[in-house]
Design a protein around this ligand. Sequence first.
Ligand SMILES: [Zn+2]
Length: 136
Amino acid sequence: MTPLQLAVLKCPNRNSDGSCEGVRYDDRHTPISCFSYPCCLLAEGTPCNYYEDNVCPVADIESDPVLQKAMQAAVYKYRMAHGWVAAIRRCPDCNGMLAKHRKYCLECSGKRKRSTWKESKRRNRGVLSTDVPKTQ
Ligand SMILES: [Zn+2]
């Protein structure tokens, strides 16, 4: 299901001819404006506040599990298209995909750990050689 198909199915603002009533509500659910649009905003690829606030949540309370899955996919597509879903995180070293809570991928974090360890050993040796004069 596409976001527009979800709007066709569930958006109460949408008329049968594809136009939009444009009814909006404030936070007390009082209608505040009625700018009717000749066409659904989603059909033009424009984000719609009404859709986000009133149609997207309907996907989570749909009783038919098959329909619910399709509706949630439509909501996900809408959110992807309008920058709601965070981009997939990438490893800054190799640009590989990152697992949850990881700063670097497994391979790069291993490399970094080894190089940090080597660096610290090198530093310690350097400090020791200057602080403690070698006995001859
Ligand atoms: Zn990496």
